[in-house]
Design a binder for this molecule. Structure first.
Ligand code: HOZ
Length: 431
């Protein structure tokens, strides 16, 4: 039965008069799936509630940060305690080094780390640093990967850009992206060819080691190793954008899972425990090029914000305390969920390909294997939209885009998984 969304509808109408599209980030507008975006007012554990009182099992988790679920008591307590001492100083505070220590311990490739306020800032700053270090101009990114909305990286990007079918962005002059090479993901030969064509000119290769922003797309066996080998051979830096995968696919992110040591790593989402944090890090000899030690400028009033540091520390301490069991449980539960929905699609005769790495996953409405943007783009997005709407009606909150990954948290129970599979069975039967 369809839910009442009267309050959300009224809130959307008001917001649209004040905020472009009524949203502060485009995918939230539900443009590609249709329907009224429910306005959320509360989250607890694996569940969220909208302004009309409808409850949903949440598989967005704030787009990844909420690996512990909503409002975990330890994190909330840490935020409240920090807030009592002041919310921002624009000066150094002791907890910045505490979070830095946790990050450095988890990522052996990082000797020094700089905190910023978003993933966009992290990737933009890492690119600047790579260019300064190598004294080269070109950068390589991959089609369907999304590294935030800075000018140089908005080329053939995933996430909202792919969702809305925007090829790049108005307002970005061609000249600003003339040094950005966008290549197909999972294709070693394309990278070799680019390095052959632009020999000695490519500063870095930036990659989501497991893509989350065209939906979840894992690397082919040997692909990340190839990127490592080629960049090392050619004197370019390899940047792993682990904003989504860091502390998600393993405690030490994709670098740990695939045993690769990138030169620079960007982080976000989980390290902020639900508050706005990004980070970039790498060897001291490269990081020390950043001001005030070196000539690469990057700054921010809210960088290293004490509330965000507190939330991040509380979250990472939870993950670290029981990491083996924690990631195994996430993997098992996500495996059951994906297997159940895949079986339901088969029963219903719906062409669907599920991709999963640990607790990030996507149900692609296509009969093709999804390994890159070309294959992701074969999806029947209209069918996905109908599935998404039916799941919402049944109380399941999935990302409102075919080209975004879903996330499971440690708060999801077997009951949540069973209810989600049952909802999917009904939704798929209706397609
Ligand atoms: N582009 C974000 C996920 N990849 C969505 C951010 C948001 O709407 O909060």
């Amino acid at each position: 039965m369809a839910r009442s969304l009267d309050r959300s509808r009224a809130l959307q109408i008001r917001a649209e008069q004040l905020i472009p599209g009524g949203v502060n980030s485009p995918v939230r507008a539900f443009r590609s799936v249709g329907g009224t975006p429910p306005f959320l007012v509360r989250g607890l554990g694996a569940h969220v509630w909208d302004a009309d009182g409808n409850r949903y099992i949440d598989y967005v988790g704030s787009w990844g940060p909420l690996i512990l679920g909503h409002s975990p008591p330890e994190v909330i307590e840490a935020i409240v305690q920090a807030a009592r001492n002041g919310t921002s100083f624009g000066a150094s505070t002791p907890t910045e080094a505490d979070l830095a220590e946790l990050v450095i311990e988890a990522f052996p490739a990082i000797e020094k780390v700089r905190f910023v306020s978003s993933g966009t800032e992290a990737t933009m700053s890492a690119i600047r640093l790579a260019r300064a270090h190598t004294q080269r101009k070109f950068i390589v990114k991959f089609e369907g990967c999304y590294h935030g909305h800075s000018d140089a990286l908005l080329v053939k990007a995933g996430s909202g850009v792919a969702t809305l079918g925007i090829p790049g962005s108005a307002g970005v002059p061609e000249e600003f992206v003339e040094f950005t090479l966008a290549l197909p993901y999972n294709d070693r030969n394309a990278v070799e060819a680019a390095f052959a064509k632009f020999r000695g000119q490519i500063a870095c290769v930036i990659v989501e080691p497991v893509v989350g922003n065209m939906g979840c797309v894992p690397p082919r066996p040997g692909y990340l190793e190839a990127l490592r080998e080629i960049t090392a051979r050619e004197g370019a830096l390899l940047i792993f954008d682990e904003v989504m995968t860091g502390f998600r696919v393993a405690f030490g992110g994709a670098s740990e899972l695939y045993h690769i040591k990138p030169d620079l790593t960007t982080l976000g989402k989980i390290i902020g425990g639900g508050l706005p944090v990004g980070a970039y890090g790498g060897p001291a000899k490269i990081m020390d090029l950043v001001a005030p030690l070196g000539p690469v400028y990057q700054a921010g009033t809210l960088s290293g914000n004490p509330l965000a540091m507190a939330a991040g520390i509380a979250t990472l301490c939870q993950l670290k305390a029981n990491r083996k069991q924690f990631y195994k449980q996430l993997d098992d539960m996500a495996g059951k969920l994906v297997a159940g929905i895949t079986a339901a699609a088969k029963e219903a005769g719906v062409a669907m390909t599920a991709n999963r790495v640990g607790s990030m996953f996507t149900f692609f409405f296509t009969d093709k294997q999804v390994t890159d943007w070309e294959s992701a783009a074969t999806c029947d997005t209209a069918k996905f939209g109908r599935f998404h709407g039916a799941m919402l009606d049944a109380g399941v909150w999935l990302p409102p885009s075919q080209f975004e990954a879903a996330f499971l948290s440690i708060a999801h129970t077997q009951g949540d998984i069973d209810d989600t599979i049952a909802a999917a069975r009904e939704a798929l039967a209706l397609l």
